[in-house]
Ligand binder design. Structure first.
Ligand SMILES: Cc1ncc(C[n+]2csc(CCOP(=O)(O)OP(=O)(O)O)c2C)c(N)n1
Ligand SMILES: [Mg+2]
Length: 436
């Protein structure tokens, strides 16, 4: 049983009373009907000023559809059409990406307990269907903004496992040259705009990235700039002010952004149901004039279906979407958390819905691949992870001269002395404060 009762279609919407088989079509039609804004030319103080061609929002019907069961209701599992939901290549890509995420995190746990990593390390086990379901649909130019639980988002976006592992080891070959560590994955090349340790901190960054995309297309006239941004964050973050401020701005300026809430029901040891006045997060989308979806985040195909809808909408210039993915983390909040607070029954219930096991079953039952095809992928991933660890271990630490790079906006103001050299190159520089 899910923690929430999923509302398929709000009774006040135009699809009230429809059968679930019409939900997806209803969702598309309803989302499509919401684009009734007319843009004015750019104005520096009011970029993307818009007027509504309809009556004030209070008279508009609520735009909300929940997409739970969107796939299973569409096509019978044994129907010859069912394979059309996903091609063999797509299925194998999803499987490989999810196995990569899971195996990578399991290896991180091992390396952390062997003392190869420092600081807090937050693993993603159990939530893979969200990262894979969304990010594998993106183009390279699209952006992803993550949280401190960011390793797997980086991997799905194409950052090589060896660069992520080396970053975790604090090595110069890491994707941030060893200066970011677990919570601060970043890759300009892959448009991974960062992991962020402060909750909610990444949401305005993602909103800014989405603004850039629209600005380039409409003001700088880069016609092909249809790039979208995904902002990932947790349930606990949805009670932060930045979340609300950015929903407002994104809706106002019709930004190409998808707010992806990974609702794993817990914020460290605080239950979402206990901390939130209305725990159905997806409903906050319609409150700001954008569609809100609630999807089973343990089912990569359902996530992918909703993601396609939302990404397509953003790319077409129809504005933002809020997607709440109901998921679960299979480990403690961080590797320092003994995970004694959550009820064992709850853990067991979600463990039985392991998204990787579910996809494997689907792929085999629908003859998309054989057991040995999947085993070959698992073997390949084992090799990738082994290689990543060997690479990270053998890599050098960052040079001492890198210590203050990227720490201050103007390095000459602090890190570089009048002689043009980094102050930390002076052996006495950190005496009494830290050992370098
Ligand atoms: C601004 C801020 N306040 C408090 C914290 C401490 N903190 C770290 S994780 C966390 C819980 C976040 O939960 P959620 O958003 O559900 O993400 P999850 O860990 O479940 O992925 C909190 C409050 C923080 N990192 N930043
Ligand atoms: Mg959470």
């Amino acid at each position: 049983m899910s923690a929430f009762t999923a509302v398929k279609v709000l009774a006040s919407g135009p699809f009230a009373g429809r059968s679930s088989s019409g939900d997806k079509a209803a969702a598309s039609a309803w989302i499509g009907s919401s684009s009734c804004r007319i843009l004015r030319p750019f104005h520096p103080h009011q970029p993307f000023s818009s007027v509504s061609s309809s009556s004030p929002s209070i008279l508009r019907p609520i735009q909300a559809v929940s997409s739970s069961d969107v796939l299973s209701s569409k096509i019978e599992p044994n129907s010859p059409l069912s394979n059309l939901l996903i091609t063999r290549e797509e299925a194998l890509d999803l499987y490989e990406d999810m196995v990569l995420g899971r195996s990578f995190e399991d290896m991180c746990a091992q390396m952390y307990y062997r003392g190869k990593m420092f600081g807090f390390v937050h693993l993603y086990n159990g939530q893979e269907a969200v990262s894979t379901g969304f990010i594998r649909l993106l183009k390279k130019e699209d952006s992803v903004v993550s949280t401190y639980r960011d390793h797997v988002h980086a991997l799905s976006k194409g950052v090589p496992a060896r660069a992520v592992m080396a970053e975790l080891f604090g090595k110069a070959t890491g994707c941030c040259r060893g200066q970011g560590g677990s919570m601060h994955m970043f890759s300009a090349e892959h448009n991974l705009l960062g992991g962020f340790a402060f909750i909610g901190e990444g949401i305005p960054v993602a909103t800014g990235a989405a603004f850039t995309s629209r600005y380039r297309r409409e003001v700088l006239k880069e016609a092909n700039c249809d790039y979208v941004t995904l902002a990932f964050f947790g349930d606990g973050t949805c009670n932060n002010g930045q979340f609300f401020e950015c929903l407002n701005m994104a809706a106002l300026w019709k930004l190409p952004i998808i707010f992806v809430v990974e609702n794993n029901l817990w914020a460290i040891g605080m239950s979402h149901l206990r901390a939130t006045s209305d725990p159905e997060i997806w409903k906050k989308g319609p409150a700001f004039g954008m569609p809100g979806f609630h999807v089973d985040g343990m089912d990569v195909l359902k996530v992918r279906e909703v993601a396609k809808e939302a990404i397509g909408r953003a790319r077409r210039g129809e504005g933002p979407t809020l997607v709440e993915c109901e998921t679960y983390r299979f480990r403690g909040h961080s590797l320092a958390d003994p995970d004694e607070l959550r009820n064992p029954d709850e853990k067991a219930r979600y463990a039985a819905r392991d998204p990787i096991v579910a996809l494997k079953k689907y792929v085999i039952e629908h003859n998309l691949a054989t057991e040995s095809d999947l085993k070959a992928i698992e073997k390949k991933i084992d090799e990738v992870i082994e290689e990543a660890v060997e690479f990270a271990d053998a890599s050098p630490p960052p040079p001492r001269s890198q210590l203050l790079e990227n720490v201050f906006a103007d390095p000459r103001g602090f890190g570089i002395g009048p002689d043009g050299k980094y102050r930390c190159e002076d052996p006495g520089f950190t005496q009494g404060t830290a050992e370098v």
